[in-house]
Design a protein around this ligand. Structure first.
Ligand code: NI
Length: 266
């Protein structure tokens, strides 16, 4: 495991932009050459013990993060936890895991075959969180997963990497509101996720979020190449609680819609 948080995030970012070409463009548009503060970085996995949420979280707990919240996504058959670092300028970490036993026998079999291909000890390696797909599936297996769970299909192609980074609108110099960020993104030609509206949440739940739709990148499957959604960029504006502190949690109803940023766009 990494012993330096910035090194870990630098590796995660480099790995993320390799399959998310629009991320660099977003970064330039909003950052105008300055460093951007990330609100959070998100990861996906399966609830199979060999690779479960806790295996990913261990990398962050070792770097001083603490567990702060738990979330259930019944319809998508997921659960998630979020972690925070004592230094509030460090990104929060949001990790979800798919409840594999909730799916059909055929989907469960494909996922168990994938996880069986993960080398023993891989989850403890420095590079685990950006090691990609530690398995290989056919395009037919990908389609079988996709029919029941976009999340499972995404994992089969992309594996362990940042699913998205999230710009903190609170720390942007030239934008006061998320709606202004969205307007600038649209003028620049980016496609936003409109599931549940362009802005999910708002001041009433102390967190407003929006996101781009994932880039599309060609992936080499076991039998053929196929162009599929990769990763996306999210934007978050946090509001002050009655106690005067910024809200630091997540809103399940909003996150539920953010997951759909890796859907194949109509
Ligand atoms: Ni997010």
């Amino acid at each position: 495991m990494h012993n330096n948080l910035d090194t870990l995030f630098n590796h995660l970012w480099d790995n993320y932009i390799q399959v998310t070409p629009s991320a660099n463009k977003v970064h330039k548009l909003l950052g105008e050459g300055n460093t951007l503060i990330n609100d959070h970085v998100a990861f996906r996995t399966f609830n199979i013990e060999k690779v479960n949420l806790e295996k990913l979280a261990a990398h962050f707990l070792a770097l001083g993060y603490e567990e702060k919240g738990q979330y259930d996504f019944e319809q998508k058959k997921l659960k998630a936890k979020h972690y925070e670092h004592p230094d509030t300028t460090k990104p929060k970490v949001f990790i979800s895991e798919l409840l594999v036993e909730a799916f059909s026998e055929s989907v469960q079999e494909i996922i168990h075959n994938m996880v069986a291909q993960v080398p023993e000890g891989a989850t403890e390696q420095d590079n685990f969180l950006y090691s990609g797909a530690l398995w290989s599936v056919t395009t037919e297996e990908y389609e079988t997963l996709l029919a029941e769970s976009e999340y499972a299909a995404w994992m089969s192609a992309w594996g362990y990497r940042a699913n998205h980074f999230t710009v903190s609108v609170n720390y942007l110099d030239h934008y006061a509101e998320l709606s202004q960020v969205n307007a600038a993104l649209k003028v620049a030609g980016f496609t936003l996720n409109t599931s549940g509206g362009e802005i999910k949440g708002g001041q009433d739940v102390f967190l407003a979020q929006s996101s781009t739709m994932a880039d599309k990148v060609e992936v080499q499957f076991k039998d053929a190449k196929k162009e599929i959604p990769s990763c996306f960029y999210e934007f978050a504006q946090r509001y002050t609680l009655p106690n005067g502190e910024l809200y630091t949690g997540f809103v399940a109803a909003s996150a539920d819609k953010i997951f759909e940023s890796t859907n194949v766009a109509a």
